[in-house]
Design a protein around this ligand. Sequence first.
Ligand code: AMP
Ligand code: ZN
Length: 483
Amino acid sequence: MTTDAPLRLYNSLTRSLETFTPVHPGEARVYTCGPTVYNYPHIGNMRAYVFADVLGRTLSWKGYKLTHVINITDVGHLTDDADAGEDKLEKAAADKERKGEKTTIWDIARHYTEAYWADVKALNIRQPAYWSIATDYVPQMIAFAKSIADEHCYELDSGLYFDVSTVPDYGRLARAVTDDGESRIEPVDGKRNSQDFAIWRKTPPGETRQMEWDSPWGRGAPGWHLECSVMGEKLLGFPFDIHTGGIDHREIHHPNEIAQNQAFCHSDASGANIWMHNNFLVERSGKMSKSAGEFLRLQLLIDKGYHPLAYRMMCLQAHYRSELEFSWEGLQAASVRLKRMVMAVEKVRELAPAQPSGEFHMAVVEQVDRELSDDLNTPRALALFEATLGGSAGASDRLNAISRIDEVLGLNLIALTRADLRIRPKDAQITEAEVDAELRRRKEARAAKDFAMSDAIRDDLAAKGVEVMDGDPLEWEWITGRN
Ligand code: AMP
Ligand code: ZN
């Protein structure tokens, strides 16, 4: 089946919607800036990968052969995106050492990479063609830097710096008021322009890093921006089709990548045809911040009794370019919506064998295609999808449409069951079988008009973390979101 609506995507570089025209006919090559693995990802980070996944699924759905790269940053990312601060991984390792833990930087990177991959899996984010690991590409980074060093870089005591005045139109991608951007960049003695950035950072004399390599500019480590230019070029070739990341990357990281790419290609072109950025997930109380003790990890949501796909649903309910505010109420609403969808699909599945397939239920698939082709309008696609679940077409047709549309939304609706969605919160004090037994007892009490008993059973269940839902086909639910 072909889905024919032309795909239009918002390009941050031209600040306009553009029709997707692949560099290589029939293919789509996408690079996504991946996590820095010095800590667990928070759910805001994961929004960036849900967005990249929906983009990738949409491209596949529309028939493009997708090659997706997501990198893992295990070296070079400083505590500030510009040139200030310490390497995030070296700092994490030093913190552990101070606490007397014998953990190497490599152990830290592996641990948090695996934690990130677990979140990827739980959110039904598809595996990219490549997870490229920055430290696997250091020789290539040195070769890349050598090729641009003479024309575009200069050496200081602290390392090799890129001179942003050597490329045309530096920073055209960025939106922040320039003064703000500049004031964040810590002065380094001898920098020609305040926005110049390190390509190679020398290990200061007398210090050793756990991760360091020899280079023509001394022993040290690559600057963070270099890895994405190098892995993008090696795995996808310049120009590739789409580069993605969160909006913070639009200000420093991606402008710096673009400058390197321009230098490498001896061209004004940016290295990718379309640059796409997801807006932030925000949380008022500041729990998103990794420095804030208990921060919002996917596992925290799971511990409170939410299915991880409820968070995926929450992401899909907002357009990727809109800010999304996280709240437990919002997550609860997304969870209920997902549950209702799963129940509706279960019903369609039961009916399907009795209603053999006629015409494939094309109209709704085409409508969903139009919405997703309009810069990935997932909120509208979801609403259309819900209409299919209760529509009047035969159940087999509806089931076909559901599985086709779910390929792109990735909510796993065909396989999920209501029972899967019931995750026992960590603090619940009763098993599902015990809940069922209590509810049977309550039914008997009500049949005998013993309402005091019925209420007592309900209150007792509530105290144990269970909400009784009279009149709802679900009958009961875990009380989620309790602190
Ligand atoms: P990092 O591991 O810090 O490099 O971030 C990984 C990805 O998450 C990047 O694409 C960031 O732009 C993105 N990101 C960081 N914070 C948020 C947030 N609150 N909401 C959405 N995306 C975010
Ligand atoms: Zn990057």
